[in-house]
Design a protein around this ligand. Structure first.
Ligand code: 5GP
Length: 177
């Protein structure tokens, strides 16, 4: 099979910057959840790199769950319709749930996930996202832990893809037209 041609993204956040910020977010989460067990839910696939880095800094008894949604396909714009493509395994009733997402753009995906999880009667649900595009937000949504606020640009790397590629880049970059 031939090698795919990929464009080099414009550099935005370095590996060191990301690691440093994740450590600070983890300190905050450790502080807020003192004395509690946590169920951390990784939103696949984009959240996988952030999730695996974040959880290694968390100190409380932690269970890991995975949930997947899709709304983008091979496009840079959301289709506007969120589909659940993989659900969590164990009951969330009475659990302290921490949702770990790669990026919040319109907020549609996290609003959908929040409603879905709240219906399962957890003790609490908090939202954590590495990246957040405040100018794009279209839902009344509070993200409890935000890594970096960024502009309205399409970013890749550190778990984030375009058409399935770029997830393995160790940094975050902007994919220009
Ligand atoms: P929302 O539902 O908030 O509009 O978008 C959330 C999902 O869209 C994210 O989990 C991510 O998969 C995708 N997404 C939004 N913005 C970007 C972006 O700039 N780059 C990439 N690669 N995915 C994005």
């Amino acid at each position: 099979m031939e090698k795919e041609q990929i464009k080099t993204p414009r550099f935005l956040l370095s590996e060191d910057e990301i690691k440093g910020r994740i450590k600070i977010m983890a300190d905050e989460i450790n502080h807020d959840y003192q004395g509690k067990d946590v169920t951390a839910i990784c939103i696949l696939k984009g959240g996988m790199v952030f999730f695996t880095d974040l959880i290694r800094f968390l100190k409380m008894p932690l269970r890991c769950e995975f949930l997947a949604t899709s709304s983008y396909g091979n496009d840079k714009k959301s289709s506007g319709e969120v589909k659940l493509t993989m659900d969590t395994k164990y009951p969330l009733e009475g659990k302290h749930v921490l949702v770990v997402e790669d990026i919040v753009d319109s907020g549609l995906t996290l609003s959908y996930i929040l409603a879905l999880l709240k219906a399962r009667n957890p003790a609490s649900v908090k939202l954590c996202s590495l990246l957040f595009k405040p100018a794009s937000l279209k839902r009344d949504l509070t993200v409890d832990y935000v890594g970096f606020k960024i502009g309205n640009e399409f970013v890749v790397g550190y778990g984030l893809d375009y058409a399935g590629l770029y997830r393995n880049l160790p940094y975050v970059g902007v994919l220009e037209e």
